[in-house]
Design a protein around this ligand. Structure first.
Ligand code: C5P
Length: 403
């Protein structure tokens, strides 16, 4: 069973006797398809060696905040952004206390602070420590802030006591980790997403295109599938793997993208146009390679491409809830708002591509979701995290429109 295919799990291990079970947990998460990176606190290394976990996870274990070698590979902020889920198992009383106090005094607490990913803790400690009012207050504070506690279980403890404080078994933890990805906000819904650039051929060897990487559209497809939707991704040429559980139709030109989008659109509930479609294409495609001539200036005749998102939004029957993107370099919200009206969209995702840290080709993005009623800003984060937040927001707007 590959329920965690391509999921990126950051497994934090803190100092407690249950740390020996984290080896089995790593094996189970890997077996379910997850990519697992491990961070250990110094105390954890007293209970189990980093070498064991390196061998099981297939990656070097991260141990210190200020480790120039590790930072040269994947730095702590990169690691925080990389994770789809942070699972701390075992989570000691000390870790829970430091994390609930908002401290960043080691690598693991710092990662937890720096990440937008959901965080799950599997507490493991002596029953009296777990019952202690200070530990209880810390745990409650964390759950009220959105952290999920997995366990603890009740039973015999390594110290000879019996009671609450046992770490859940690795099988249970792997199962609960998989459940964290099972959202249902779009279950039973059909979503079509366009992504990437289009290529408009000039002759058999040349084309007009743009720098769109497709990362945002692919991340949206993955997030929509995670939210329970059945997803068709209509993709221009990009270098990205198709996300699991997503049907992908590969196209090159805007006209092909339009045809693939319209094929079956009446059965679709939501359409998200994230592709960077070429506005124009050559009037004619030369049959043979265009030869260099003696003239200094060469002129190309171009004709306007169909506007895919406006075509879908203008459908008289079977029109899905339609979301467009507006990549702008100035007056971002104003232009987005006029595009929303002109193309008759339900929502538009506005982003400022003049900032090189976000937008085209970068791994991060920051956007504002604009509707006729208002705006919601989603601050800079990885495109994968942002896609999750966007799908959540889009789903809320869509569900409101159907109720
Ligand atoms: O007009 P502009 O290209 O700025 O609009 C951007 C939005 O319109 C994006 O959602 C893009 O996917 C969509 N679009 C389209 N077909 C086109 C041009 C843009 O679907 N020919």
């Amino acid at each position: 069973m590959q329920r965690l295919t391509n999921r990126r799990i950051l497994l934090g291990i803190t100092g407690g006797i249950a740390a020996y079970k984290s080896a089995e947990l790593t094996r189970l998460l890997k077996g379910a398809g997850a990519d697992v990176r491990i961070v250990m606190t110094p105390a954890a290394t007293e209970f189990i060696t980093p070498l064991t976990l390196q061998a099981l996870s297939g990656h070097p274990v991260h141990l210190q905040l200020l480790d120039p070698e590790a930072e040269a590979g994947m730095g702590h902020i990169e690691l925080a952004k990389w994770a789809d889920l942070i699972l701390v198992a075992p989570a000691s009383a000390d870790f829970i206390a430091r994390f609930s106090a908002g401290m960043g005094d080691d690598l693991l607490t710092t990662l937890c602070l720096a990440s937008d990913a959901p965080i799950c803790l599997a507490p493991a400690m002596n029953q009296a420590m777990w019952r202690d009012p200070r530990t209880q207050a810390n745990a409650h504070k964390l759950t009220s802030q959105g952290v999920t506690l997995l366990g603890p279980g009740v039973g015999a403890q390594a110290c000879g006591d019996t009671g609450p404080g046992r770490m859940l078994e690795p099988e249970e933890l792997a199962e609960l980790a998989a459940e964290q990805f099972e959202h249902t906000v779009l279950s039973g819904k059909r979503v079509v997403i366009t992504a990437g650039p289009t290529r408009e051929p000039l002759d058999p060897v040349r084309y007009i295109s743009n720098h769109s990487s497709g990362k945002m559209g692919y991340a949206l497809a993955e997030a929509a599938a995670d939210a329970g939707a059945s997803v068709k991704l209509v993709s221009g040429p990009v270098m990205l793997p198709v996300p699991p559980r997503v049907e992908c139709v590969q196209v090159e030109t805007a006209e092909e993208m339009l045809a693939a989008t319209l094929d079956g659109i009446e059965a679709c509930d939501l359409f998200i146009a994230a592709a960077a479609v070429a506005d124009y294409r050559p009037v004619a495609i030369a049959e043979h390679k265009i030869k260099k001539g003696s003239e200094e200036i060469m002129e190309l005749r171009l004709v306007k491409n169909p506007d895919i998102v406006a075509t879908v939004a203008g459908l008289e029957t079977g029109r899905p809830f339609t979301v467009g993107f507006a990549a702008e370099t100035r007056d971002v919200i104003d232009y987005a708002r006029s595009k929303l009206a002109r193309k008759r969209l339900d929502l538009i995702v506005a982003n400022d591509v003049s900032n090189p840290e976000i937008g085209f080709n970068s791994d991060d993005n920051a956007v504002t979701l604009v509707s006729a009623e208002g705006e919601t800003g989603l601050p800079q984060t990885s495109k994968r995290q942002l896609a999750r937040q966007l799908i959540e927001q889009i789903a809320q707007h869509y569900l409101k429109s159907t109720s």
